[in-house]
Design a protein around this ligand. Structure first.
Ligand code: FMN
Length: 210
């Protein structure tokens, strides 16, 4: 049977899942059961070849959070040094997140079994990361729907091997995004200003808009 869906709620959740770096209650713990519920939602995402190679490493203890937090901050400082004019290097919220990341109640690292083969073609590369990133995005939306803010981050991957060593992640596992998670506190989530579909959508041939 086809169940009707509340289109407005779905669109609202998808359009207001923002990066939340600041308006977060770091003192309020996050219920592990709620995180598992959100991960179960995320596991309904597509998975290449039905492999379900996704693995989520949830950090709630001080020691692993501090280890990853140190790597993230070091990577952030390197990014600021390399690209001082990038928007992410200049906005205070990005630095705030880098400095506070270890104090987040939970850090969720989305991982995938296997590594993209060196020099592999586009099909393989897209299939590889495409088997975890849709789930990670679903996770962010599911968290947001429950009042939990997060941010899509990749900076710690500059030090991926050190992170693997700190968390016991085997060498044949790919790390992807790291989502710092906390209850939102007064965050106002609105649709972002983005170029409209009409400008970025081509019909039948590259460059043809309608
Ligand atoms: C591939 C990718 C990598 C990102 N890496 C980081 C990161 O390491 N740290 C961070 O604070 N934000 C990171 N972001 C978040 C973007 O800065 C953010 O999505 C963008 O500013 C738009 O804001 P919004 O997420 O609220 O729509 C990343 C986003 C993407 C898509």
């Amino acid at each position: 049977m086809h169940h009707p869906i509340d289109v407005a709620s779905v669109d609202h959740a998808l359009m207001t899942t923002r990066s939340v770096r600041k308006a977060l209650d770091l003192a309020r713990p996050v219920d592990p059961e709620v995180l598992l519920e959100c991960i179960d939602v995320a596991l309904q995402a597509p998975t290449g070849g039905q492999r379900e190679g996704w693995r989520f490493v949830v950090l709630t203890d001080e020691v692993p959070k501090r280890a990853i937090g140190r790597l993230y901050l070091r990577a952030f400082d390197g990014y600021v040094a390399d690209q001082p004019d990038a928007p992410g290097a200049q906005r205070p919220n990005y630095r705030l997140l880098a400095e506070q990341i270890a104090a987040m109640p939970a850090l969720i690292l989305a991982c995938l079994e296997g590594r993209p083969e060196r020099g592999s073609n586009a099909a393989r590369q897209v299939a590889h990361y495409g088997s975890i990133l849709p789930a990670a995005w679903s996770l962010m939306v599911a968290l947001r729907a429950r009042g939990l803010g997060s941010t899509w981050t990749t900076l710690h991957l500059v030090h991926e091997q050190e992170a693997a060593a700190a968390l016991g992640i085997p060498p044949d596992v790919s790390q992807t995004v790291l989502l710092p998670v906390a209850h939102m506190r007064g965050a106002v989530l609105r649709p972002a200003h983005r170029r409209p579909a009409r400008e970025v959508t081509f019909w039948n041939r590259w460059g043809t808009t309608r």
